[in-house]
Design a binder for this molecule. Structure first.
Ligand code: CU
Length: 118
């Protein structure tokens, strides 16, 4: 009877450790990918990367590395709309719904980019 109890405790502890290791292994990776892939640099009249694919819930940050001001405005002009970003200014928007979001710079409308949210 005592041995059965011991085995039950060992199995329980093993299951808990497995759950913890799965949680710690599974969690940081998507987060890290989101952090690395959620920034768009604006330089030389170009959004880089020009098309960005992110998971739902990602906050995308645009940073203006150009010497002149730019804006980040969604094609519908309502989903997101930054003020004029001076050099090194940034603008962030969190994409909570899947879809393809095209955007442009309202000062230089030929500057366009796209965020695909999956
Ligand atoms: Cu611009």
């Amino acid at each position: 009877m005592k041995l059965v109890l011991k085995i039950a405790v060992v199995v329980c502890v093993a299951a808990m450790l497995l759950a913890i290791s799965v949680a710690t292994v599974a969690d940081p990776n998507p987060q890290k990918a989101a952090e690395n892939g959620s920034q768009v640099k604006i330089d030389n009249f170009t959004f880089m990367p020009n098309a960005l694919t992110v998971p739902v819930g990602t906050t995308v940050k645009w940073v203006n590395r150009d010497d002149i001001p730019h804006t980040v405005v969604s094609d519908d002009k309502t989903t997101f709309k930054s003020k004029a970003l001076d050099t090194d200014d940034n603008f962030s928007y969190t994409f909570s719904k899947p879809g393809t979001y095209s955007y442009f710079c309202s000062i230089h409308p030929k500057m366009t980019g796209q965020v695909v949210v999956q």
